[in-house]
Every structure is written in C-alpha cells, then in structure tokens.
Design a protein around this ligand. Structure first.
Ligand code: G3P
Length: 215
C-alpha cells in the first residue's frame, strides 16, 4: 500500500514527504492552476523533493500536444513522472499511445468498472476512481472502488482511490479494496490526528507542568 498526497503545493508536498511514509504525489490541472504557477515550475519544485512517483495529468488531451507536454515534464522530473490520463475516448487513445512507448500510466477520473476494465486492456498501471465526487453524483463511491477492485483482481493493475474528503472515507476506500490512496493535505492531517489525542496530550502537558512546579 502507498499513500500519495494530492497536491500541487510544494510546501505541502515537502511536509508530507518528510513523514517518510508518503510515497508519491498526484496533481491535476485544477490543483496546478490554483498555485498560480506554471506547470513546469510546479513539476520542477515537486521533483526536487524526490517523491517515488509524481502522477501528472497533462493540460492538453490532444494526442500530439499531450505527448509533447509529457515529454517536456519528463525532461524536468525524470523517471518518477507517471502520466495520469482522464478516462475519455481521446484519453484512451493517448493511454494506448503512451503505453506502446513504454510509459507507466494511470487512468484517472474513473467512475465505472467498465472504464477500469478497458484501462487494464490498454495496459494502464493504475486506475484512479473519484470516490467522493462519485458519491456526490449519486454513485456509491466506495461500492465503485469495490467493483473496480474485483474487476482488476489478479491483473496487476492497481487502484489508487482519489477524491477522498475525510479520514473515514480514506479508510473505507482501503477497506473496499483500494491498494493505495491519494489524499489532500487536510485529510492527511485528519488521518494523523484526533481531537481526543490532542486533549490527552494537553492533559499530560498540564500534569507535567504542575509536577515541575511542585518540585
Ligand atoms: O487528483 C484527483 C482529485 O484531485 C480529484 O478529487 O474531488 O478532490 O477534486 P477532488
């Protein structure tokens, strides 16, 4: 199992990777646009932090332009760059093209097991279902993860659950069969902390203080 941070903010990525068990980074055009920086700058800043993998979604989906964009990003990031291709008709063409050229690829924005099945046939290494977005659209996101996991069982194609909005949802995605999860910064923090843990720590700190004062 691997945990990825879903972010294009280098400072968040740095802090997450410093934990040691966050292995990779996922980005998308929306996250990059929010930084106000060029994609090349974001990719350079993140790759300097040495994640095991940087899953990068091209801004262009037109075959030639997307290939050119991905080649440019690979020049910056090197072998850690894994193209993340949206599950559309054009996306599948791009995926096949990249796989033939020996890229390891992810199929993203996946909302149905049939898309996952085609991703397997196309040679994808990862399938990325959008759990919370699916649930918000009336598709049970966790059931989607379970169906996709069953569809891909034994194939070697791995599921990275994305669009996870709480620690509970992240945990449930793993329980539903996802091998990996990608979580935004607030969810990573929420997975690490609990209000009662913090309350206990404050209680210990107060006890330590009064112990020191009483000596
Ligand atoms: O990387 C995928 C992810 O960012 C999509 O999820 O719902 O957080 O935008 P959401």
């Amino acid at each position: 199992m691997a945990i990825y941070i879903d972010s294009a903010e280098p400072e968040e990525v740095r802090e997450a990777l410093s934990l040691g068990f966050v292995k990779g980074v996922t980005t998308n055009p929306l996250l990059i646009a929010r930084t106000g920086r060029k994609p090349e700058e974001v990719v350079a800043a993140i790759s300097e932090l040495w994640p095991d993998e940087l899953l990068y979604q091209p801004f262009s989906l037109e075959l030639e332009r997307a290939r050119e964009e991905l080649e440019r990003m690979r020049t910056i990031a090197g072998a850690i760059l894994v193209p993340k291709i949206p599950a559309t008709w054009e996306g599948f063409k791009l995926l096949v093209d990249l796989v033939r050229a020996d890229w390891r690829c992810a199929l993203t924005a996946v909302y149905s097991p049939s898309q996952a099945l085609l991703a397997k046939e196309a040679g994808a290494s990862y399938v990325i279902p959008y759990v919370n977005r699916a649930t918000r659209q009336g598709i049970d996101g966790l059931e989607l993860v379970a169906q996709i996991s069953r569809t891909l069982q034994g194939s070697g194609v791995q599921v990275i659950a994305a669009s996870l909005k709480s620690a509970e949802e992240a945990l449930a995605a793993v329980a539903s069969g996802a091998q990996h999860i990608t979580v935004p910064w607030p969810v990573l923090r929420a997975m690490a902390e609990h209000p009662l843990s913090l309350e206990a720590v404050e209680e210990f700190a107060r006890a330590a203080q009064s112990y020191k004062e009483g000596r």
